[in-house]
Design a protein around this ligand. Structure first.
Ligand code: SF4
Ligand code: SF4
Length: 296
């Protein structure tokens, strides 16, 4: 801790700007009634960032987690402020891409976003419809191609990824996107494959009996700060229903929440690698399928 109470290290901040969604993917917690639906407006974003940046440096700002961020009408102003007021080096978001048409792509790129990840969970229209419960496959591919065109034309530094939640073979998915995107495929910065992590009703994990070997945490709360869509300080995007909440960043000082005994105790679990049985992290770390993230 510095003289002014600053924490002398940089953090990744994940600020979940919008938890509404226009899709209802079968594998996603968003469709579950327990998901808190909310969207952060520009003035609240500024109030929260003013609060947080008194104490920490942000090296990486993710603006999405559990919803469709393009539904947030203040997104462009928020990206612009992140880059120009808070000087965050890397700002990015994930989207299902269905409303990221040419005009919207242009405005978010002009606002200064560094990276966009398209969540496309199938390589054909029928499977997509079954998984997203929306017949938007062709529209999404069209939007992705237009975004790639804009990148090539005017924003060459912007990174564009596709993410896919799938149980299908890696080669099949990659070859599928090569065929669909043709020459645009070469402009992509990567395809990220994720195994299924959530199914409704069993609360956080697909099958608690799958295994038992404890693996690493993909997030690490020691280096990341998670902010819920109601501007409260949360813990992790895998806390699908915001069950861990340290208090509102619109009402309380970030440092007092970060240093609360509740938060300190959770961080201590990571330092000591000792998790209470059936806690969020305990279940997450003992779930094998989650560790199958691959970068292609
Ligand atoms: S995976 Fe993304 S697009 Fe699908 S319901 Fe969840 S938030 Fe919406
Ligand atoms: S739930 Fe816990 S263990 Fe899992 S990714 Fe989040 S912080 Fe890491």
């Amino acid at each position: 801790m510095g003289r002014s109470g600053q924490i002398n290290k940089s953090f990744k901040v994940n600020f979940d700007l919008c938890t509404f969604c226009n899709h209802q993917c079968t594998f996603c917690s968003n469709s579950d009634d327990r998901t808190i639906k909310s969207s952060v407006n520009f003035s609240d974003f500024i109030a929260v960032l003013d609060n947080v940046t008194q104490y920490i440096k942000i090296n990486n700002l993710s603006l999405s987690a559990k919803g469709e961020i393009l539904l947030n009408k203040d997104l462009e102003r928020i990206i612009n402020a992140s880059k120009n007021i808070y000087k965050v080096p890397y700002v990015y978001f994930s989207t299902n891409g269905s409303i990221l048409n040419y005009q919207r792509s242009k405005t978010v790129l002009e606002a200064g976003v560094d990276s966009i990840k398209f969540s496309i969970n199938a390589i054909d229209r029928e499977t997509y419809k079954k998984k997203h419960l929306k017949d938007d496959f062709e529209k999404v591919i069209e939007n992705l191609k237009k975004l790639i065109f804009l990148k090539k034309d005017k924003f060459p530094k912007v990174k564009i990824f596709i993410s896919v939640v799938t149980d299908e073979a890696q080669d099949k998915i990659i070859n599928g996107f090569k065929t669909i995107l043709q020459e645009s495929y070469e402009e992509l910065d990567g395809i990220l494959l994720y195994a299924l992590q959530y199914t409704p009703k069993d609360n956080h994990i697909q099958n608690q009996n799958i295994l038992v070997e404890r693996k690493y945490c993909l997030i690490s709360p020691l280096n990341e700060v998670y902010i819920n869509s109601d501007c409260s300080l949360g813990f992790c995007c895998k806390d699908y229903f915001d069950e861990i909440n340290f208090g509102s960043l619109l009402e309380s000082d970030f440092l007092s929440l970060y240093n609360s005994s509740k938060y300190k105790n959770l961080r201590k679990c990571f330092i000591n690698n000792d998790f209470k049985e059936n806690s969020l992290c305990y279940n997450c770390l003992t779930y094998e399928a989650q560790k199958e993230e691959k970068r292609c």
